[in-house]
Design a protein around this ligand. Structure first.
Ligand code: WQD
Length: 346
């Protein structure tokens, strides 16, 4: 049985990927998390949903000694899915050193361990923010990367570059870079979803909190050169992101996967504006959303959405869920949070 390490497994995308791995493979799953942006209660909900066992290691990946000692317990590790990273864009603008330190040292420690222990399959969590303000839309994996708009996005660009140089240095090592567009929504059971530790920055949790009277949504600008004046993004259901990781692992394990390093866009290929997202939420939740129109947010790109053909053909992956599914699942999760069904952050 293959052993797979999932770093950041208590996080938003990580925990949804744990669920898909546990429910659709017979891999032995080991999750590593230091709860810097997540909560251990998430593991209980993963177990509740899947009723499958998995190991958890509560360490900081930047602690090389702790990492090596923890992983040495496993006789053989067949692959690593590396989610763990700081990812709050506005915070990364004010605290760049925190982001470079955490996001890069953790990656380097993992890659060092891969070389030492001959771990030959690696999946790196990247982001559409590596494209910056792209000149062409939709973006393909070959679209030239522009200047990163934040140190968070820059750590993802650097991480990809590190893999570009690391992969050829280790015989038989194969890596996949997955560039997520905007992951949103919650698990269909309503028992797992985004759990911001502090005030969220991302649109969808702010929408669901606003509908619950716990936040106030401001639309950041309606004077952009787009059909309705608001920014356009490629929102993709977190479960579709999770299933892509399972497909990527299977692609790596297939003997036929020829590339030492390959990159895939994980988006739906559809651009949705902020106002369209709000309309979808109102339709699916039956809630009238109160919001105000404010000024533009620094660092926002006007529009970005994916050409996802490469992932569809090579990974045999197809996003299944629509913006309406995303909004309904996000609202169901928020309602369960409101009812106290899951631990709330103080
Ligand atoms: C979406 C749209 C905002 C909040 C970020 C990261 C990206 C990825 C996804 C990690 C924008 C508008 C938002 C609000 C608003 N994260 N908005 N009012 O910035 O596209 O992407 O999250 O991988 O790397 O950069 O996501 O949800 O913050 O914003 O009008 O209160 O919603 O202006 O147009 P973003 P977002």
């Amino acid at each position: 049985m293959k052993t797979i390490i999932v770093t950041g497994g208590a996080g938003y995308i990580g925990s949804h990927t744990l669920i898909e791995l546990l429910q659709t493979t017979d891999f032995k799953i080991v999750s590593i998390d230091n709860y810097s942006n997540s909560d251990a209660s998430t593991y209980q909900r993963v177990s509740q949903i899947t009723n499958k066992p998995f190991d958890q290691i509560d360490i900081d990946l930047c602690d090389k000694k702790a990492l090596n000692e923890s992983l040495n317990k496993y006789p053989k590790i067949d692959g690593i899915i590396h989610f763990a990273a700081f990812k709050t864009v506005p915070e990364s603008v004010t605290l760049p050193v925190k982001y470079y330190n955490n996001n890069l040292v953790s990656l380097l420690n993992l890659l060092d361990y891969c070389k030492e222990k001959n771990i030959r399959h690696f999946i790196f969590s990247s982001s559409c923010s590596v494209y910056g303000n792209a000149d062409e839309l939709p973006v393909t994996e070959e679209t030239p990367l522009k200047k990163a708009e934040s140190s968070y996005a820059h750590t993802k660009q650097i991480g990809e570059e590190i893999l570009n140089y690391f992969a050829p240095s280790v015989p038989d090592f194969k890596a996949i870079i997955l560039r997520y567009f905007n992951p949103v929504g919650a698990h269909i059971s309503g028992l797992n979803g985004e759990l911001p530790i502090s005030k969220p920055n991302n649109l969808v949790p702010i929408i669901t909190q606003t509908a619950s009277g716990k936040n106030n949504l401001t639309v950041f600008g309606n004077d952009y050169n787009t059909p309705d004046g608001t920014c356009i993004r490629d929102y993709i259901h977190v479960t579709d992101i999770a299933t892509a990781h399972v497909k990527a692992l299977l692609y790596l394990f297939e003997s036929g996967a020829p590339e030492k390093l390959s990159v895939f866009n994980l988006g739906t290929g559809k651009g949705v504006s902020v106002l369209e997202a709000i309309k979808s939420f109102e339709k699916m939740s039956g809630q009238q959303l109160n919001y105000t129109i404010g000024g533009r947010r620094a660092g926002d790109v006007i529009a970005v959405y994916a050409n996802n053909e490469k992932a569809k053909t090579k990974l045999k992956w197809e996003p299944q869920l629509t913006i309406d599914d995303m909004m309904l699942s996000a609202w169901k999760w928020q309602e369960n949070l409101n009812k106290g069904l899951v631990k709330l952050y103080s």
